[in-house]
Design a protein around this ligand. Structure first.
Ligand code: C2E
Ligand code: CA
Ligand code: CA
Length: 469
């Protein structure tokens, strides 16, 4: 009997051990051994309930993302990446433990959501603002370099904070809001925290609406291109147009491209939208050039977004569009922003050279905003610089801006690059720019971006239309 009892007992014990292990595995991250998403969700639900019973009880969710993890992982290998994640987990836990007395946090939990994303649940905060104190401390600690093998790694954290105040009652929602706030922290320049607030909520709702509608915008004919003339300053004649995208939502409201293009970038819809823009802009310039007589053909300048340029098929796609629409390479110009060139030089330089082989000139847009110097342009097949409108807007009031503009023009001339000034709004600016030998001008002084019909009227009135400057 005794033997049978022992056997049974050890069987039961084994079973319990297996069940424990299964339960543990389901709630823990295998790499770091930290609790995982499932675990944190269960704990969060408890916190929400406790807060509902007792308003004095506070908690906060900190959503964290390592700012340069992908770079470290890609350049030093997954082993180093994994080791770093483990160390970050240790350091977060240790920091929280050391903070116990500062914020009287109950049983704080550090969890890993996957990738380089961690969550800290601050359970039982004395004061809700203490969440920011903790975020500060975590950031301080993570900013201390990590020694992984032979590597000394400097990292920073972006943190999004969601607290119990906003009447949110689901754990999923809290994590999502903390995630949203984390993205805000990133977009504000990383290595900082942001607290989720009502405004962000509105933004999230607006953003979801935009994302949704963007997917159908082409099919629903909601896009239109408008055209802003580019003037050759020596002859004061129109030499081409910049195509600019306009989007009218189904409720009739207009959204500025500054707002929806970044979203189209992130969701990837920009690839098909970009193609639509190129096709339509080329078709338009072909139609105009077929109709105009007694003058040189006009060009169309099209903005390319980052995602489009890193797409491998871009040069091929452009070649195909030129063929289909019968536009020659010299009638198409492509604008890429200065910041794009600075961020991803290796990734795009190859595509740029292929595009140049089609006879297309490249314009560097928003020059002066991306902290590059003209010497960085070396090795880039740029033909024209577009000086950002912020410089032009200030040059009539502030001599410093005027001298910067002058310096850019002279340096550009030295390296054989032409210059367009954007955002010319008055004669004073124009006169100065002409005195500096600026090649081209664009801005409300000449014309606002115009619908195709109006732009055509402008082309035809060219004879009478001369600048009085
Ligand atoms: P951008 O490429 O720098 O375009 C110039 C912007 O300056 C346009 O704004 C234009 O309307 C505005 N502008 C022109 N002259 C003046 C002026 O004298 N004064 C002032 N204050 N503004 C002037 P828009 O059309 O709202 O476009 C904003 C940005 O959105 C563009 O900046 C560009 O980055 C992006 N975008 C617009 N259309 C497209 C497109 O088809 N594709 C891509 N990828 N981006 C586009
Ligand atoms: Ca542009
Ligand atoms: Ca620009």
């Amino acid at each position: 009997l005794r033997e049978a009892y022992d056997r049974l007992k050890s069987q039961v014990e084994r079973r319990i051990a297996v069940e424990d292990k299964l339960r543990y595995d389901a709630t823990h991250d295998t790499l770091t051994g930290l609790p995982n998403r499932n675990y944190i969700l269960l704990q969060l639900e408890d916190c929400v309930k406790r807060h509902q019973r007792n308003e004095e009880y506070h908690f906060a969710v900190l959503f964290m993302d390592i700012d340069n993890f992908k770079m470290i992982n890609d350049s030093l290998g997954h082993q180093v990446g994994d080791d770093l994640l483990i160390e970050v987990g240790h350091r977060l836990t240790a920091t929280l433990r050391s903070l116990d007395t500062v914020v009287r946090a109950g049983s704080d939990i550090t969890a890993r959501l996957g990738g380089d994303e961690f969550i800290v649940l601050l359970d039982g905060l004395k004061n809700i603002t203490d969440a920011a104190v903790v975020a500060d401390r975590l950031q301080e600690q993570i900013a201390e370099p990590f020694i992984i093998g032979d590597h000394r790694l400097a990292t920073t954290l972006s943190i999004g904070i969601a607290v119990d105040q906003e009447g949110r009652f689901s754990a999923e929602e809290l994590i999502r809001d903390a995630d949203t706030a984390m993205y805000r922290a990133k977009s504000l320049g990383k290595d900082r925290y942001a607290i989720f607030d009502h405004e962000m909520h509105e933004e999230v709702a607006q953003r979801m609406k935009i994302e949704n509608e963007l997917r159908h915008a082409i099919d629903q004919n909601q896009f239109e291109l408008v055209y802003q003339p580019i003037i050759e300053l020596t002859s004061s004649e129109i030499c081409g147009f910049e195509a600019l995208l306009r989007w009218t939502l189904s409720d009739g409201s207009l959204i500025s491209p500054d707002k929806f293009i970044p979203i189209a970038e992130e969701t990837g819809t920009i690839v098909s939208i970009g193609r639509w823009i190129l096709e339509n802009a080329c078709r338009q310039i072909k139609q105009w050039n077929d109709q105009i007589k007694d003058r040189a053909p006009l060009f169309i300048s099209v903005n390319l977004s980052k995602r489009q340029v890193v797409e491998h098929t871009l040069p091929q796609d452009i070649e195909q569009i030129l063929e289909q629409t019968g536009v020659t390479g010299d009638q198409l110009k492509l604008e890429i922003t200065e910041s794009l060139i600075m961020e991803q030089p290796e990734a795009i330089v190859d595509a740029l050279f292929k595009i140049k082989l089609l006879g297309i000139e490249l314009y560097m847009d928003d020059f002066g905003t991306g902290h590059s110097s003209l010497s960085c342009l070396h090795g880039f097949p740029i033909d024209v610089l577009k000086i950002d409108q912020s410089f032009i807007a200030n040059m009539d009031e502030n001599r410093d801006f005027a001298s910067v503009v002058h310096a850019i023009i002279m340096l550009a001339q030295n390296i054989g690059v032409r210059v367009t000034a954007e955002g010319i709004e008055n004669h004073d600016q124009l006169t100065q720019l002409m005195a500096m030998d600026c090649d081209y001008g664009q801005g409300f002084l000449f014309a606002k971006p115009l619908p195709a019909m109006k732009a055509w009227d402008l082309i035809q009135s060219q004879g009478e239309w001369r600048l009085s400057a």
